[in-house]
Design a binder for this molecule. Structure first.
Ligand code: URA
Length: 246
């Protein structure tokens, strides 16, 4: 009997995971994303959009570190100005540098699938990075670069004020949580991002970076990311998409 239960669970997990990466979810119920109060307040959204555009302009002019002089385009980030979920990656790669937009290469296509599997659209969320310019040969961000660039992300978070930050990979998780723990230790549970004095901490879910997932595309790793995202959806009170008839 015990075995039957395990098999059922394994089959369900497998089919969830399969759909997760093919984007074939049907959404149960009517309302997919209950909007946060100010996400529908057009004046608040317009104000936040203005603030984000000011930061984006500064980022595009920035020469605070050496990356500013070798980039093709800076990549400030994009998405809903009052998003409930904010994804934070590491740094732009070649495709992002060429287009000035975050997560548009292979890792970005996988992030798009994860967002779709959550029943969301890219325009529902905000996508940003720790570094706004591409490090040469996609090397790891250096401490001095993070120190120069992090204030831009802090300001973006302050304006967007998301309910949950999903930190993709070790550099994003470690920087936002100010910790040296590994992504393996951090992922799978909520942590708190301290947004500053007098502000409520923001829940932060570390998970594997999609580039790591592409390099280590095992059922176990995909399942781990999906479990992390299910926790995020549950925390926001959003329906967890299930397989069903369209
Ligand atoms: N990887 C990142 O961390 N950020 C991007 O924008 C693209 C790939």
């Amino acid at each position: 009997m015990e075995k039957d239960v395990d098999i059922t669970k394994a089959v369900r997990q497998h089919s969830e995971m399969d759909e997760f990466f093919t984007g074939g979810f049907a959404i149960k119920g009517q309302k997919v994303i209950p909007e946060k109060a100010n996400q529908e307040d057009s004046a608040a959204v317009a104000e936040a959009a203005k603030g984000l555009e000011r930061i984006a302009d500064e980022v595009r002019r920035c020469r605070e570190c050496g990356l500013g002089s070798i980039r093709t385009n800076a990549v400030p980030g994009e998405g809903h100005p009052n998003a409930r979920i904010m994804f934070v990656g590491e740094a732009p790669g070649a495709d992002e540098d060429a287009q000035g937009r975050p997560f548009v290469g292979r890792a970005g296509k996988l992030l798009d699938k994860i967002i779709a599997a959550c029943g969301l659209k890219r325009s529902d969320v905000f996508i940003g990075n720790i570094l706004k310019c591409r490090p040469p040969e996609n090397r790891d961000p250096r401490a001095d670069e993070i120190i120069s660039c992090f204030p831009y992300l802090q300001s973006q978070i302050e304006i967007i004020n998301p309910e949950i930050i999903v930190a993709l990979g070790a550099p994003a998780s470690k920087t936002l949580l100010n910790t040296n723990k590994s992504i393996g230790q951090l992922r799978g549970q909520f942590h708190e991002y301290y947004a500053g004095l007098g502000r409520a901490p923001i829940k932060l879910m570390p998970t594997y970076h999609t580039a790591y997932l592409l390099r280590n595309y095992s059922p176990e790793n995909r399942q781990r990311v999906w479990e992390d995202m299910k926790k995020v959806l549950a925390e926001l009170g959003l329906e967890i998409p299930v397989r069903g008839k369209k």
